[in-house]
Ligand binder design. Sequence first.
Ligand code: PAF
Length: 290
Amino acid sequence: MPRTSLRLLKTWTELRAWRAAQNSARPVHLVPTMGALHEGHLSLFRHARSDQGIAIASLFVNPLQFERKEDLANYPRTVEEDCAQMEAAGVEAVYMPDLADMYGADGCQILLDAGPGGEHFEGAARPGHFGGMLTVVHKLFQRVQPQRAFFGAKDAQQLFLVQRMAHDLDFPVEVVGCPIVREDDGLALSSRNVHLSSSGRVHALGLSKSLVTVANSFDKGSRDIEHLNQQLNTSMEQSGVRVAYANIIDEATFLPLDEATAKPGQRWRAVVAGRVEDVHLLDNRYLGTA
Ligand code: PAF
């Protein structure tokens, strides 16, 4: 892995100067992050370096996407380790603004609305979260002007909404979803996994196991939404996960399917979330075309 010297860009002015100096023969590829990096982020950096990409990351814990002050305060901040990992992964620059640089001295009064695709699942559990997330990603796209931006598929609803925003608001940015990175036993990597005890970690496997169960049913021909949803729920509950949601969705809309809305030709994905030891975990899996 070629080591780069990571440029620290603390203000929009520094970012603008860095952006203007980039060789236009190479595309600029952005990985937005809130820090607390793990192997999943490192895989996003690897994707960002593909096709001669100049990889730039952002590191900003965005208050607009936290609905509870204590969650924002408790969010892990590991800036030095994060920068060392970025540098080792070949990231060329990191934009790490403070609050005033991102939102101005008087804050941000205009927020994006996530629309129908943001109403269910994480959007229902965390009102305002997706509007705040989209607002900061919109600003990052404006400021960095990347050709591509890379997001992890574990946060499938976030990925859907960012792709939808780029489409609806005419951003010339290709929003690339990168595969979920898993532990050998199937647990999806997440910054939140560090909060699990060793027994909690075993319960947490209930999420990925439930997805394997419904994928098997789908592969054997089951298209009975109620049955598939039930399988997801039962499998998670049996593993000791407190289920938040477990649904089959239509990838084109990110809306939950039922017997009335399910149609042949739709691309189905199973999305699940639940609590283990008060840690909110999510996972998802593409099932196939119905
Ligand atoms: O996924 C995240 O870490 C955040 O939602 C993002 C995309 C960096 C925006 O703050």
